[in-house]
Design a binder for this molecule. Structure first.
Ligand code: FNR
Length: 388
């Protein structure tokens, strides 16, 4: 199962010999610039923007510069093993695609959720499919091929609807349920506020609701006849300010692995653990929710310690393969990206996502080769990573 991810560079150099340059950017900065030009302004600002003056969003990416891998020589790291075991699944890479609610709109054809699933099928990188989707979760799952997918739940206030969404995710074949806790209310986002733009209020990304029997039963008329009323109903039930008292109910919703997303405090991790979750997901939502200042990466070591062996997923600010390696070295079991794959999609559909994922994996693999860390366990060993 071990793949030679670094070989992507050989493909690129070889194509160069025959006069073909890579279609897409090899750096995040260039990818971002080109995505800005390619996306409609409202989608661009929704995807690229964050909370407040975006200090936390910037801090997320800058935090990686505070850490450096210590090179080791004479290791003979000719083969690298990036495989991980997660929830009983053997994954070819430690990379995941974070749930992105408007990913559908990032594609030229408006079906970015499907393109993302196809990219997952082609790369083996699991997609965490958002509740907020342009296509129903069943249609998304059908495109995943042999790659496992996880379903991300935004818990509505209507418990029957939550149960229905989870049941549908199980039936569709998703392999884990990721409950996002940090977005029961939308954070203060000046970029979107400046244009009065909130995609869901314009009827976007609501396919999992409008296709749900429990949601439909709440409406006087089918959403196809009265989409406005469906949006209004959605605004009334979307956000549920859960408390720890709700965890037993969440746990009872599924026998699939249950993951809580948005945990940054070790005490919260301990409570999650005590409540029987199967994994914790350290994230500050890419700085989109609270402009609180703390980069998610800085929270990771304490989260890993409190998780005490429970799998820890991580995202927020990962822009390069080197960033992913650092998060893994700090103890993350798997690392997710959000905006990077959204930009790849905006530029070249599923091919663009595949390029972004392969580039991240190639860089990570080559870093591990050059610095002499052939396995993820080696990265986690004492002394591998130093604070700069
Ligand atoms: C998100 N994120 C997100 N998270 C989630 O649990 N459900 C969702 O529907 C969304 N939607 C969403 C939309 C957009 C446009 C973005 C950029 C992000 C957060 C996402 O899962 C992840 O936490 C961050 O994107 C990670 O940070 P980076 O990689 O974008 O810095």
């Amino acid at each position: 199962m071990t793949q030679r991810f670094g070989d992507y560079q050989n493909e690129i150099y070889l194509a160069g010999l025959f006069g073909t340059q890579p279609k897409l950017s090899l750096t995040f900065a260039e990818l971002e610039d080109r995505a800005r030009a390619a996306l409609p302004p409202s989608v661009w600002s929704y995807v690229a923007g964050g909370a407040g003056d975006e200090h936390t969003q910037r801090a997320n990416t800058e935090a990686f510069r505070n850490w450096g891998l210590v090179p080791r020589m004479m290791v003979g790291a000719a083969q690298r093993d990036l495989t991980v075991d997660l929830f009983g699944l053997r994954l070819p890479t430690p990379l995941l695609m974070a749930p992105v609610g408007v990913i559908g709109l990032c594609a030229q054809d408006g079906h970015g959720d499907l393109a993302t699933a196809r990219a997952a099928a082609r790369t083996g990188v699991p997609m965490i499919a958002s509740t907020l989707s342009e296509d129903p979760l069943e249609t998304v799952a059908a495109e995943l091929g042999d790659t496992p997918g996880f379903f991300q739940l935004y818990t509505p206030t209507d418990r029957a609807l939550a149960e229905s969404l989870v049941r549908r995710a199980e039936t569709a074949g998703f392999k884990a349920v990721v409950v996002t806790l940090d977005t029961w209310v939308t954070g203060w986002r000046p970029r979107d506020l400046a244009t009065g733009n909130f995609p869901q209020l314009r009827g976007h990304a609501l396919a999992n609701y409008t296709s749900d029997p429990v949601f439909r039963a709440r409406l006087a008329k089918p959403p196809e006849e009265d989409p406005q009323a469906a949006v209004l109903e959605w605004t009334g039930i979307f956000g549920n300010p859960l408390t720890w008292d709700d965890l037993p109910w969440l746990r009872s919703l599924t026998t699939l692995p249950l993951v809580l997303k948005g945990l940054c405090h070790p005490e919260d991790v301990r409570r999650a653990r005590d409540g029987g979750v199967d994994g914790v997901y350290c994230s500050n939502h890419g700085g989109r929710q609270a402009n609180g200042g703390l980069p998610a990466l800085d929270a990771l070591p304490d989260v890993v310690a409190a998780a005490d062996g429970l799998p820890v997923l991580f995202d927020s600010g990962v822009r390069t393969g080197a960033d992913a390696v650092k998060a893994l070295a700090l103890g993350a079991t798997a690392v997710a990206v959000g905006r990077p794959y959204a930009y790849g999609l905006a530029l070249d559909g599923a091919d663009g996502i595949v390029h972004v994922l392969r580039s991240l994996l190639a860089e990570a693999d080559l870093l591990m080769a050059v610095d002499g860390y052939p396995t993820l366990a080696d990265l986690r060993a004492e002394g591998a990573l130093r604070r700069v």
